[in-house]
Design a protein around this ligand. Structure first.
Ligand SMILES: Nc1ncnc2c1ncn2[C@@H]1O[C@H](COP(=O)(O)OP(=O)(O)OP(=O)(O)O)[C@@H](O)[C@H]1O
Ligand SMILES: [Mg+2]
Length: 927
């Protein structure tokens, strides 16, 4: 290394010394107002960030260099983190003005995906740094959310890496620490999950104990491997961001069997947080149910959805809170109003613990505390209040009131970002500060006076006092007046138009002024430190408050959801019964105009354990299966469910095998993925589990597919004993009903009438034997020749001939093509009276009369979306974005004649009123 440093300038020797300390990070080397990157780092950021590559004389060579301005560094750092890099921040730790020789520099922090806390670097959702330790059969895991300091450790050993992966996903892991000596497969496994992996040295962990007390950090329930993982977290945080250690809270011990376990496939399949195909949040379950008003509430809701409960009593408690706010509409409204005025108290508290909150942070804290006290007043009159409300009111208000009083007294309405310039505190807060401010004001008055007096005395009317960084204060006289300069003026600098001088008086004043500024600065910084110290003492109270607010926010939000979307409170059972009357799919329902979604009844119990669902393509099988799982999940997070009535038993796990997953896991064929999902379900499900298998065995040949499906269903029925919904196009499987006592055939009905296929979306008893696959193919626009040929071939492959499908192909020589054109989904008002009156607005009745053009359909959709737009909850920018989407949608509909059909087939993007206003999408001001 020294050899390498030979011949380099002292600064580069210093650079290389620091560089060696952080081999795994890009070094942001502070040089004045820039962070500079050198050597290989410069090439990296040149490539990744597109920064201009320049160079700097390094002594023996020219060193490649790229720079980013300090004030704009965050955006660049974010991009680098997203590309999997870590960034070491090296600062000048002494004032260059006073430094002798080379300015001292130190690495103050390494920013990694799991330890970033800045608003510009992380989104406001939950996100964790994780650590894993152990071996097959006994893994331990621990997590910490760097932005709030909260964390958890698993109080049991996990058997497999797959189980570890489930936890990592449930905790939204941003970075995982893995033992450096772990088998290679382990790192690769996590890397495949898309989680950045950082190796750690478990033998190095214990030295972390010196500074603080990680024994208190990790609760006693944690088994040894989890304890090592917790220690690794602690040591890592201490290494990369020493100040953050102070914000860390003791980890909470948790157990897996207290939560509904959802494997990664199932999370993706059910689109809990993002759409499977597009990865977008819009159209996910979370987006539909998130009516929270605060970031902490929103994170709490996300956490609930990541890990729903299984314990009936705990679910009941949550449901009680929701029911309360459903009943108390006015109170709910007022609670939500108060919540709306709040900022991210959890993260503000964490930043307070770090010791560096900005003036803006403190102002937001003040605003939040104010609103919290308002909220207490609002709630104090509530009668029959549930636990969340009672707990919120029971918390001591005194520390909050005291902190608020202090903040109101201390800070002006809009404090500057940092202390030091004399404007951070309100006049009257501190007598000494006020005095120093007055002295400074006097000083400026003296200077103005002095200038005027000197002009008078010398008779030089253009004489003026100025200031520059190098020479300090001076008196400037233009060339024409040089002869009038008094002898006691000392010349300092010659400029183009004249000369600059100093005087004894000016020097003395400047000295006093400098001292005054320093004193003022020092006083203000001391007051800041004292204020922070006093507020930190209330940290516990703030945290408890944030926690209570998060709970309240979630309860009120779920109530808002229940009221707006007419969800019902489920009755909690324990006998395995799952009964949904008038059940709807929460997301599809939200996309469709009001009342257009057709409700269904689903009943499962110990005698009726497996529903085998048949029915044509497009009939609504997949939708029905998912809606059952989603209702179950909503129930287990403590939410009402989209149904007219519900009785539900908590399940311990939900497994799904839905749709093609080959785009999710690279390098595995569709069928292999399908079989892996099935294996997971049949090997890990218990009698208390719920399994969804959509189109089992379709990825292979018909004979193999039927055989596998048959065997799997039998196994679930005879061995596993779980509840299951299984859909299939293999009508032969319907025969299982007679042989398996717990299996019941049902089908999604279509009606064929007057040459038209009508999707009724009604679940009916018994099996159906028709797929209408060719008709759907025709509708998708396959060339007519293919369709005709397929019709002819159906017979050869043992299917029903067109003649045997009279309802489909009879109509006066009509073909599947024509039939398909007439296939329209309709509301079944005329056949089966819907449970509620159908909305007759044009959009709802939307009803697409035959031949309705795509443009008209799009217009109706947009009109409906406008009608539902929650304007009062949107920013102008969001409204504008929406407008642009609609414009695009209308444009596309006019251009593409079949846009309508594409949207219908559940195709990719569909812009409707579905995307509820993203909550807290307030301007980036830290809310
Ligand atoms: N109950 C319902 N009410 C109204 N519309 C529905 C309902 N169920 C489904 N749909 C609509 O029908 C479309 C097709 O439904 P789904 O994908 O569930 O059919 P499927 O039977 O699984 O078809 P395939 O056999 O081709 O997979 C959905 O995208 C949705 O728009
Ligand atoms: Mg389907």
């Amino acid at each position: 290394m020294t050899a390498m440093a030979d011949g380099l300038t002292p600064m580069f020797q210093q650079y290389l010394e620091l560089r060696r300390q952080v081999p795994d990070a890009l070094l942001f080397f502070r040089l004045g107002d820039f962070y500079e990157l050198f050597f290989d780092d410069a090439h990296v950021v040149h490539k990744v960030l597109g920064l201009t590559l320049t160079g700097r004389d390094g002594g023996r060579e020219r060193v490649p260099m790229c720079g980013v301005p300090v004030h704009a560094a965050e955006g660049y750092i974010r991009t680098l983190l997203e590309h999997g890099y870590k960034v070491a921040i090296c600062e000048q730790v002494e004032d260059p003005k006073t430094a002798r020789g080379l300015v001292r520099r130190e690495i103050v922090r390494i920013i990694t995906p799991g330890t970033a806390v800045e608003e510009g670097l992380v989104d406001d959702g939950p996100g964790h740094l994780a650590a894993v330790y152990g071996r097959e059969g006994a893994y331990g895991v621990a997590f910490v959310d760097a932005t709030t300091g909260e964390g958890a450790v698993l109080a049991e050993r996990l058997p497999t890496l797959q189980a570890v992966a489930e936890e990592l996903i449930a905790f939204r892991t941003r970075e995982v620490l893995v033992p450096a000596a772990a088998p290679e497969g382990m790192q690769a496994f996590f890397a495949r999950l898309g989680v950045p992996v950082t190796p750690f040295d478990p033998s190095g962990a214990p030295e972390a104990r010196e500074e603080s007390d990680p024994a208190a950090f990790c609760p006693p329930e944690a088994p040894p491997p989890a304890r090592t993982a917790a220690e690794a977290l602690y040591a890592y945080v201490r290494r990369v961001y020493p100040a953050l250690v102070r914000a860390l809270r003791p980890l909470q011990a948790y157990r897996r069997d207290r939560t509904l376990v959802l494997d990664p496939y199932t999370r993706a399949n059910l689109e809990l947080f993002r759409r499977k195909r597009s990865g977008e949040a819009a159209g996910s379950l979370f987006q539909v149910i998130d009516w929270t008003e605060t970031p902490m509430g929103r994170r709490r809701l996300a956490r609930r959805l990541e890990r729903p409960l299984v314990d009936g009593a705990a679910i009941a408690e949550r449901l009680k809170a929701v029911a309360f706010f459903v009943r108390e509409g006015l109170l709910r409204h007022r609670v939500r109003e108060a919540l709306q005025a709040m900022y991210d108290l959890e993260r503000l508290t964490a930043r307070l613990a770090l010791g560096t909150p900005s003036g803006g942070d403190l102002a937001r804290l003040r605003e939040t505390l104010r609103a919290a006290l308002r909220l207490r007043a609002v709630l104090s009159s509530a009668e029959g209040a549930p636990m969340v409300v009672r707990a919120f009111l029971a918390a001591e208000a005194a520390p909050i009131e005291a902190a608020l009083e202090l903040l109101e007294r201390a800070l002006p309405d809009e404090p500057p970002a940092a202390p030091g310039e004399g404007r951070f505190f309100r006049p009257g807060y501190d007598a000494e500060l006020d005095r120093l401010r007055a002295v400074r004001e006097e000083g400026s008055a003296w200077l103005r006076r002095y200038e005027a007096e000197e002009r008078e005395r010398t008779g030089i009317r253009s004489l003026k006092v100025g200031y520059n960084k190098v020479f300090g204060y001076y008196i400037e006289v233009t060339k024409a007046n040089l002869d009038r300069v008094p002898p006691e003026y000392v010349r300092k600098q010659t400029i183009a138009g004249g000369e600059r001088y100093v005087t004894e008086a000016l020097r003395a004043w400047e000295e006093a002024e400098r001292e005054g500024v320093e004193r003022l600065e020092a006083r203000e910084r001391a007051l800041y430190a004292e204020l922070i110290g006093r507020l930190q003492a209330s940290g516990e109270a703030f945290r408890a408050l944030a926690d209570g607010l998060a709970e309240l926010d979630v309860a009120a939000a779920l109530a808002e959801l229940a009221v707006r979307r007419r969800y019902v409170e489920p009755v909690i059972r324990d006998d395995g019964r799952i009964v949904l009357r008038g059940s709807r799919h929460p997301v599809v329902e939200a996309v469709l105009p009001d009342g257009r979604f057709v409700k269904n009844d689903v009943v499962l119990d110990d005698r009726r354990r497996i529903l085998l669902i048949t029915g044509p393509n497009m009939a609504g099988k997949s939708t029905l299966m998912r809606q059952v799982a989603l209702a179950q999940i909503l129930f287990q997070i403590g939410s009402f469910v989209p149904a007219d009535a519900a009785e539900l038993t908590p399940v311990d796990r939900i497994f799904t095998r839905i749709g093609a997953a080959d785009d999710l896991v690279q390098g595995e064929s569709t069928f292999l993925v399908e079989m892996k999902e099935v294996r997971l379900a049949v090997t890990e499900a218990t009698p208390r589990s719920l399994i969804l298998i959509d189109e089992l065995g379709r990825g292979t040949s018909t004979e193999d597919g039927i055989a596998i499906a048959h065997a799997v269903i039998e196994y679930i029925h005879d061995v596993v004993g779980a509840k299951a919904l299984v859909s299939t196009h293999f009508h032969e499987l319907a025969a299982l009903e007679g042989r398996l006592s717990g299996l019941v055939n049902v089908h999604m009905g279509v009606e064929v009438e007057a040459e038209r296929i009508i999707f009724t979306y009604r679940l009916r008893p018994g099996a159906t034997s028709r797929s209408y696959g060719i008709a759907v193919a025709a509708r998708a626009g396959l060339p007519e020749r293919i369709i005709r040929r397929a019709e002819a071939l159906v017979r050869r492959y043992g299917g029903r001939t067109p003649e045997e499908q009279p309802t489909l192909f009879d109509g006066g020589g009509s073909t599947a093509v024509e039939t398909a054109k007439r296939m329209i989904p309709v509301e079944t008002t005329d056949r089966t009276a819907p449970a509620e009156p159908v909305d007759r607005t044009p959009a709802a009745a939307g009803a697409k009369p035959e031949g309705e053009s795509p443009a008209v359909a799009a217009a109706l959709r947009v009109a409906e979306a406008i009608r539902r737009l929650p304007l009062e909850r949107m920013t102008p920018l969001e409204a504008f974005d929406r407008l642009r989407e609609w414009q695009a949608e209308l444009g596309a509909a006019v251009k593409a004649p079949d846009a309508d059909a594409a949207a219908e087939s559940g195709g990719p993007k569909r812009s409707t009123g579905l995307e509820k206003t993203p909550k807290n999408a307030r301007p980036a001001d830290g809310r």
